[in-house]
Design a protein around this ligand. Sequence first.
Ligand code: ADP
Ligand code: 5GP
Length: 209
Amino acid sequence: MSGNNEGIIVVLSSPSGAGKTTLVKEISRKNNYQISISHTTRKPRSIEKDGKDYYFVSDSEFKNLIDEDRFLEYAKVFQHYYGSSKDAVFKKLESGQNVIFDIDWQGTEQIKKQKLNYRILTIFILPPSRDELYKRLLNRDRNDEKIVKERMAQFNEDVLHWKDYDFTVINDDLENCYKKIIKFIESKNNENDPDYQKLISLHVNSLLN
Ligand code: ADP
Ligand code: 5GP
């Protein structure tokens, strides 16, 4: 457990396109949560800014950071490297700020395994349907069918990790989803409610084809 003057860690993960980046930004904008800005070797999307959405680095820069042990966690996702740098995260936590992560299930596992001295809440986001997910990806990735297909192809494997998270929520209406997440963070409601778990499990089955 963290002391009273230390922040907590909140992690959001999901299959690509379900909405976690949007939700992380909304949570940070309206609450005392600082976003952990990751490093990545992927190329920026047209609306992304270096140092704001990610630190965009080359393969060799990323490898140097690995060698220097600068990452709290890192993983290869969709052919690119992504990682969260230790320095920024711990500085924030030690000064009492809460830190929110938008990372995949591999990174979440790595953070959990380290048994850090901070409270960690992990949240998994689901899309309302495969069709809606496809539309969101297509819209975000500027109709780049190749990227969308690559991300959809990973869906069935990624979605199964919902069981390893403290709380899972369906991102249908954004505002509604945001409210459920805040309620969970503040009170940890629903965490072990078997009816809720069953509902989520049925929803995941409906997403798998
Ligand atoms: P992820 O980070 O999980 O890959 P994003 O946050 O980038 O997903 O969201 C993918 C796309 O879907 C973005 O264009 C975003 O604006 C949109 N989006 C997110 N949540 C919703 C929602 N509840 N309803 C409609 N569109 C959404
Ligand atoms: P995108 O390319 O859509 O921004 O992100 C692709 C995937 O990489 C998403 O699942 C996102 O959560 C994950 N990701 C982003 N940053 C990190 C990180 O620092 N570490 C890990 N493990 N995954 C990350």
